[in-house]
Design a protein around this ligand. Structure first.
Ligand code: ATP
Ligand code: MG
Length: 397
């Protein structure tokens, strides 16, 4: 029997005019996710993406890759049978007979409504064969073995495992955003959340070289590599921030520095967004987590840009953010020691209730425009391509 992966996606959210667009993206993303692994073909049929395997396809590795494709709900390693019930019964028995189990059930569905049998009838006909030949009992709640049958178009698939997908929307189906990416715990999780909703992320990192070490850039690269497993190709803008900080330190009071840094970051990120055609900025802020994230300060920081600032973690506690960071694998990298640009030159008692007019008055002492232009001239871009390495590392561990 030919091997396939049958991948299911949420049909409900894809209904309407945009459906073909979403489906095309999803199929392209599956193709990009499987880069470098042997398989025969990828094809989309009603509500499913089919990956036809070859005899040397690594099933577990392909499953692990598919489990990171946003938009997929389940990925099922399947065998292709035929719709004729007698053959289907024999094929199912061939697959079931080597397995050890005492209780089982059949879980059939048919997307092809022309098929002469209802799913209930299929369950009974297939269940009878397994029960009489194996001597084991049917249990509908919590059986040891579930045999899934899917009749769709001309296909009849059999499978026993449903690998949980990451859900969400296909990456690149919602447009571009600029993610302000520090080396901390929060911003990679914020990035993950917008990727999940179909955004393509452009990363911006502000560094204070030579006051910080080059390792802080490596940390950002490693974090972006993990996120690249979901969007396959990432661009990072590395923007030098030390000179801007020097001027802020020279001309402004210590308490307001972090707010001024953040406003400068917003202006720079907005310029990148303009160049990239991105529609919003994304940060890892959460209300009250640190002094710069009080409501008052967030408001003053937001004022520095015309673009909407998306803050996907706004209502999350640190523990909740850490749980996601662990799950996606960014946490161990985020906690490596490093100096963030904003941990330099900050006072012990920063402003927590900034007022816009006060901040604007202080800012007028600075040559904001030329500071921004100078930093843009000096920035460098890097591209990270998906290599599929992370998950290979995970499998070999
Ligand atoms: P994180 O864990 O993401 O660093 P944090 O709790 O340390 O967050 P802050 O340092 O106040 O919070 O930063 C708030 C947000 O500002 C970050 O989530 C990030 O989006 C952005 N940011 C901070 N520092 C940088 C930086 N050096 N480069 C790019 N963005 C940054
Ligand atoms: Mg930080």
């Amino acid at each position: 029997m030919k091997r396939y992966f049958v991948c299911y996606y949420h049909e409900i959210i894809l209904k309407g005019k945009n459906r073909p667009f979403f489906e095309k993206r999803l199929t392209q993303n599956v193709q990009r996710a499987l880069k470098g692994l042997p398989y025969s073909s990828i094809r989309r049929i009603s509500g499913r993406v089919l990956v036809k395997l070859t005899s040397d396809s690594p099933v577990e590795q392909i499953g692990a890759r598919l489990q990171k494709v946003f938009g997929l709900v389940y990925c099922c390693p399947a065998w292709l049978s035929v719709q004729d019930m007698e053959v289907l019964q024999e094929d199912l028995w061939k697959l079931v007979s080597p397995r050890k189990f005492e209780t089982f059930k059949i879980d059939s569905r048919r997307a092809n409504k022309k098929y002469p049998l209802s799913s209930q009838q299929m369950n009974e006909l297939l269940g009878d064969v397994i029960r009489t030949r194996s001597g084991q009992t049917v249990r509908l709640e919590g059986p040891e073995l579930t045999c899934y049958v899917d009749i769709v178009e001309d296909y009849a698939f059999l499978y026993f495992r449903k690998l949980k997908g990451v859900n969400g929307l296909p990456v690149s189906s919602s447009g571009k955003v600029v993610v302000l990416m520090s080396g901390g715990i929060d911003s990679p999780v914020a990035a993950f959340k917008v990727l999940k909703r179909g955004c393509r992320a452009i990363f911006v990192h502000f560094h204070s070289l030579p006051h910080t070490t080059p390792e802080s850039l490596d940390k950002v690269r490693r974090l972006v590599s993990i996120l690249t497993e979901y969007q396959y190709r990432s661009k990072i803008y590395m923007i030098p921030f030390a000179e801007l900080q020097r001027q802020v330190v020279a001309f402004t009071p210590a308490e307001t520095r972090v707010i001024l840094y953040r406003r400068l970051m917003m202006r720079l990120a907005e310029e990148i967004a303009r160049r990239e055609g991105a529609h919003a900025l994304v940060t890892g802020d959460s209300i009250g987590q640190v002094a710069s994230q009080t409501l008052e300060n967030l408001r003053v920081i937001s004022d520095a840009t015309q673009l909407p600032i998306l803050r996907p973690l706004i209502g999350e506690d640190k523990e909740e953010i850490i749980a996601v960071a662990r799950r996606i694998g960014t946490f161990p990298i985020s906690i490596l020691p490093h100096e963030d640009c904003c941990s330099l030159f900050v006072p012990r008692h920063p402003e927590t209730r900034a007022k816009l007019d006060g901040i604007q008055r202080i800012e007028s002492r600075l040559e904001i425009n030329s500071m921004v232009q100078e930093a843009l001239k000096q920035m460098q871009t890097e591209t990270i391509e998906f290599q599929g390495q992370m998950e290979q590392e995970a499998i070999s561990r």
